[in-house]
Write a protein that binds this ligand. Structure first.
Ligand SMILES: [Zn+2]
Length: 427
């Protein structure tokens, strides 16, 4: 899909939302985490080093707890002073994270190998949670460190990522400068100081969206949702290489399979500011849309029709006009995707053109608008629950959709689709 320019943005304010969602679909289908490295210990896994392994985990524990407790002296105490460049880099990292309210920092030894006496390379798994945010650790990330034995204890002495994991690690948000935090009641926005203005706007918009989200997704006890404001596309691409070529404005990403791991929102400050000038009001909708996705994660399963997910997110955010779809229906010409294409789990990932994407969202918006108007929000939620409950059923998606529409709404899929056509033409 072509990148949006601002002229397009003016003409068709819905488009950035579409692209944000395609990006989201990418997250759902692919793993948006860092590229997993399959490079493992080739040879000499250290033998007889189990005694030192305990000491290594202690060093890692000190590193993690010092970050949580903001104890710079303790943090510095496990860094190898004979490697000043690394020590300096880690202290800068500590200072850059001082405003981040970690609740738990997990840093665990996976395996180690001794390259020479008193020097090991250690592979670790790491993740953290934030105070007041989602309780479960997100999916673990791999890191690797060199450690050296000094005065009877193990000190961190360098980054062993390239040697041990076979790759340079991807950039992380904190690599772009000291992380600032703005905490609202229900969101926590992270940013670097040049992005202060966008961060403040994002916080206000996110907080303002929550009552409406909770009205439509009742019981969605959203803890504080992290929102990361990146300077621009370059920084986002460095952090998630190859994961979003078609970037505009904002997207949400799930931090793990479990609902308790939650999700976060990512914002491109440059696009955000541009959009603010060209399409006032759009950013608010974008954030509401992405927050709705995060609120819906617990209700979403592998078989949930994506038109329900995208339509509901648009419904909460405030639906735009559906011009293209109405034209196509009025002219009687065939169009793709059909609403049935969009109940397939991969339905949104398969959209290749701007027209197809626009249609897909308009179709979803109208389907959810019809459901809300005729059956009520409770039934929309009941549909979501039923799709989740039956996600492992051994029937094809068409049969499953038909059965669930019949059991929850009392209409067949074909009846619903016909009602939907009439509804689009009448509205
Ligand atoms: Zn979406």
């Amino acid at each position: 899909m072509p990148r949006m320019d601002t002229a397009d943005l003016n003409r068709r304010p819905l488009l950035p939302l579409i692209i944000a969602c395609l990006v989201l679909a990418m997250f759902c289908t692919g793993c948006f985490g860092e590229t997993p490295a399959n490079v493992d210990w080739a040879t000499h896994e250290s033998t007889g080093a189990s005694a030192s392994a305990d000491g290594i985990q202690e060093t890692l524990d000190t590193y993690a707890s010092a970050l949580v407790e903001k104890d710079r002296v303790r943090f510095a105490s496990i860094l190898d002073q004979e490697n000043p460049a690394f020590t300096e880099q880690e202290l800068q990292r500590f200072d850059g994270l001082i405003e981040v309210p970690f609740d738990r920092y997990y840093l665990n030894l996976i395996s180690q190998t001794e390259s020479e006496p008193g020097k090991v390379a250690a592979k670790v798994a790491t993740a953290y949670t934030l105070r007041g945010s989602f309780p479960e650790l997100p999916d673990l990330r791999r890191d690797a460190y060199f450690l050296v034995r000094r005065d009877g204890g193990w000190k961190l002495a360098g980054d062993a990522g390239e040697q041990i994991l076979g790759m340079k690690r991807d950039a992380r948000f904190e690599d772009f400068g000291k992380v600032e935090a703005l905490e609202g009641d229900r969101t926590i926005v992270f940013y670097q100081s040049p992005q202060t203005e966008v961060a403040q706007q994002a916080l206000t918009m996110a907080e303002a969206s929550l009552p409406r989200i909770e009205e439509f997704v009742p019981g969605a006890s959203l803890p504080k949702v992290p929102v990361k404001v990146y300077k621009g596309t370059d920084e986002i691409n460095q952090t998630f290489p190859g994961k979003w070529q078609e970037w505009t404005g904002g997207a949400s990403r799930q931090l793990g399979e479990k609902a308790e791991q939650g999700g976060e929102i990512i914002i491109d400050a440059e696009v955000f500011q541009e959009t603010d000038k060209t399409s006032p009001g759009y950013n608010q909708k974008m954030i509401a849309h992405e927050l709705t996705h995060i609120a819906l994660f617990p209700l979403t399963g592998d078989r949930t029709p994506p038109f329900l997910i995208e339509g509901l997110a648009d419904h909460v955010a405030g639906i735009e006009d559906v011009v293209l779809l109405k034209n196509r229906l009025q002219s009687g010409s065939d169009f793709s995707p059909t609403l049935s294409d969009l109940y397939q789990p991969g339905g949104f990932s398969a959209l290749l053109t701007t027209d197809a994407a626009t249609l897909a969202y308009e179709e979803s918006d109208m389907a959810v608008a019809l459901l809300e108007e005729r059956y009520g929000n409770e039934k929309v939620l009941a549909l979501l629950r039923e799709f989740r409950r039956r996600e492992s059923d051994n029937v094809n998606q068409a049969v499953l959709v038909d059965e669930i529409f019949r059991s929850v709404l009392g209409v067949s899929w074909n009846e619903f689709e016909n009602d939907w056509r009439r509804y689009v033409l009448e509205n």
